[in-house]
Design a protein around this ligand. Structure first.
Ligand code: FPP
Length: 266
């Protein structure tokens, strides 16, 4: 009892506690890979469990996850991968405790405040996937500003899904096409897969080649449903805040070794 009180009294405040990172900055280079994906999608799962393991708040777990994200984005850019899509906030995440939602909203602001200059300097093109109109004003304006500022960039396509749902994205595409039909501008018989792809947030980008979901969960959770039709899936057990550049390289190597048939017999 006395020991517990002493421990509590001397425990550093959550914000100040140093969490050692097992990150390796020594990532592989593009020439080390036989084949790299053009489009990688990541479901950054496990922040909550990581926080619990370290006896920290869930919000702190998300913050550690965001720290990790910077390294992964940098490495993706260094490797010359065309597009990286990240699931930051789903349409279902609104139902999490208000404190957690607020923390995630704050992280969005912090992330762009600290990263936008470097991302822009690196020629990264930022695109937000999802309905921005339902976001708080500050977040909405920050996201619009990041998109507008980097709109002319020709490097890595960094897609960040915020208030995003895959079914909702497809429904929106269907509505846009239906509008054209109703206006007499489109013959419904001409609607094909490409036309639907051209009305998704990711229009003009290649399909997802590799989907990574960390923490051992094996679900798509409504992420890029249309774009993942032929994606290779990798489910590392590592929790997102611990997912290092080296772990990332391993998933990329795994991808390079897979035989992709796209439904054909080779
Ligand atoms: C899933 O972990 C993760 C999320 C719902 C949010 C991921 C968001 C970030 C890492 C912040 C990204 C921010 C920006 C601006 C790009 P979980 O909480 O469901 O983990 P658990 O399953 O262990 O509880």
């Amino acid at each position: 009892m006395f020991k517990d009180t002493v421990k509590k009294f001397f425990a550093p405040k959550e914000k100040e506690r140093f969490i050692p990172s097992k990150k390796s900055t020594a990532g592989m280079s593009a020439r080390d890979f036989k084949r790299l994906p053009q489009h990688v999608a990541i479901i950054m799962d496990g922040n909550g469990r990581w926080a619990k393991r370290h006896r920290l708040s869930v919000s702190r777990g998300h913050r550690q996850g965001t720290e990790n994200l910077r390294e992964i984005i940098r490495h993706t850019d260094d490797l010359g991968i065309h597009a990286l899509s990240l699931y930051a906030f789903s349409t279902e995440n609104w139902s999490r405790p208000q404190e957690e939602v607020d923390a995630l909203m704050q992280l969005i602001l912090d992330f762009f405040a600290s990263e936008i200059d470097e991302l822009d300097a690196k020629n990264v093109h930022i695109l937000i996937l999802g309905d921005k109109s339902r976001l708080p004003e500050k977040q909405r304006l920050t996201l619009i500003e990041a998109e507008e500022r980097t709109a002319g960039n020709t490097g890595l396509h960094l897609n960040i899904a915020i208030n995003y749902g895959g079914r909702d994205e497809i429904a929106r595409a269907a509505r846009e096409l239906a509008d054209q039909v109703a206006g007499g501008m489109l013959d419904p018989a001409l609607i094909n897969e490409q036309m639907i792809a051209d009305h998704l947030y990711t229009r003009g980008q290649p399909d997802v080649d590799l989907l990574i979901r960390t923490s051992g969960e094996m679900r798509l959770s409504n992420f890029l449903l249309f774009q993942c039709a032929y994606a290779e899936f990798v489910f590392p057990k590592t929790l997102w805040p611990d997912f290092s550049v080296r772990d990332y390289d391993e998933t990329l190597l795994d991808f390079g070794g897979r035989e992709r048939r796209f439904g054909k017999r080779l």
